[in-house]
Design a protein around this ligand. Structure first.
Ligand code: FES
Length: 183
């Protein structure tokens, strides 16, 4: 009987030890699990920071590419006759070839309230349908209420091709010859 009691005591002690051990190993597992989560989060944060850093580093290159995409090739110099206007709705400009052969790329927008102007070839002038402003072929105001000449875009002529920088719209009060590009 005494022996039985002793065996029972030993068993209870063993069970307690096993319980303690298992609870310690559970704690260790939890710690390992949390450590892994923190490591994972650290890696994600590092990756995000690296993405931001490299994005910033190469942002200048992206700007250049965007600017290159803003260049609109209108066509060969010889395909535009003097004293004519060709509309490029995709580029949102009129390409005017003046009587002396110079080129101007004029905005489609009236400088009064921004309506789209129309080219009247028979009268060689632009007319706004909203409040009847009239502009000359070089964009100068001929009849108000438009307050200033039409905005224009810089032009480059390379290898006989007329190229318009539609990403750069220039404002002006009136026309002057420095705004004209020659082949
Ligand atoms: S918007 Fe062109 S005249 Fe008013």
């Amino acid at each position: 009987m005494k022996k039985k009691k002793q065996i029972k005591k030993v068993n209870v002690k063993q069970e307690k030890m096993v319980e303690e051990l298992s609870s310690e190993s559970n704690l260790e597992n939890r710690r390992t699990f949390l450590r892994k989560i923190w490591k994972g989060l650290g890696l994600i944060a590092g990756f995000e920071l690296a993405t931001i850093f490299f994005g910033f580093l190469f942002s200048g290159k992206e700007d250049n590419e965007t600017k290159t995409k803003q260049i609109y090739e209108a066509g060969k110099v010889n395909s535009f006759q003097p004293n004519t206007v060709t509309v490029f709705r995709g580029g949102r400009f009129y390409l005017a070839r003046l009587e002396d052969g110079g080129f101007m790329a004029l905005s489609l927008r009236c400088t009064h309230l921004g309506c789209s102007i129309n080219w009247e070839d028979s009268k060689k002038r632009f007319v706004c349908p909203c409040h009847s402003s009239v502009f000359a072929i070089n964009g100068n105001v001929e009849n108000p209420p438009a307050p200033t000449a039409l905005d224009y875009f810089p032009i480059k002529i390379e290898n006989g091709i007329v190229k318009v920088d539609i990403g750069t719209k220039l404002k002006r009060n009136r026309f002057n010859k420095s705004q004209v590009e020659y082949a």
